[in-house]
Design a protein around this ligand. Sequence first.
Ligand code: AMP
Length: 285
Amino acid sequence: MRKLRERAKTIGFVPTMGALHDGHLALVRRARRENDIVAVSIFVNPAQFGPKEDFKRYPRTIGRDEKLLKNLKVDYLFHPTPKAMYPDSYALKISMGSPWVKDRLRKKFFPLLENLCGKYRPGHFEGVMAIVAKLLVLAQCHRTYFGQKDYQQAILIRRMIEDLHFDVIMKVLPTVRESDGLAMSSRNRYLSGDERRRAVALSRTLFWLRGQVRSGTRNILWLKREAARRLKPAVDKIQYFDIVDPQSLASLRRWQTEMVVLTACFVGKTRLIDNVTIKVKNQKS
Ligand code: AMP
């Protein structure tokens, strides 16, 4: 990769865990359009799974993935073993925040890691940051592509890229959805027929809420309550449903012109996440 970079070739890089779907492929297509060389990684990263999570079960479809990437004229596929990425000597942990962060800033930065998925998947984002940092160093890319589907992940990685001065442009592309609105995810293949039908409630509720805000509803607490009331009958458990500031991810009690609504729900045993961003112009209403 370094040699390619020295030869002034632009490199676009898409990190994934495989079991590729159209959401991943949209990132690859964009990378293909914008760069001379495209590299994709497929690595089910053990460091980002909790002990009771689905690391072992996570779908692995490398043969099929390879074909899809070949069709999109991807130049390099990186598919390392866990041992190659985490040899026994591996010792680093990347986290957020530090003892010398003042309380004023603590409030600003800590929700990034501790709210939402960070709260329910302890260690998850540290695992994500560790692997993405390693992959970015290896890929030596000019541009890297992520999905808005994993909103909190994207915000944290942008923070890491900026804080560590990685020489890379990060692009975050919109969530690709099934025709009924369900966000595409490698985990959707865990869903039974009935669960798949119920799973659409996540995106429906998020879109409903965005519609409400666009048509003038400003009562955030009511919106959260009402959204939960709509979600409840369809899903088996709402892990969180929150309206937050797009940058700090701090939970909002009062509406503002830019907000993100995020949810994580269990449908059957499958944990699904989704989010929508909301931008409204008019302060008054
Ligand atoms: P994963 O394989 O789940 O780690 O995802 C790899 C990349 O694809 C991440 O940047 C995800 O945010 C992105 N991604 C996953 N699902 C979607 C989707 N439905 N639309 C757009 N990007 C996605």
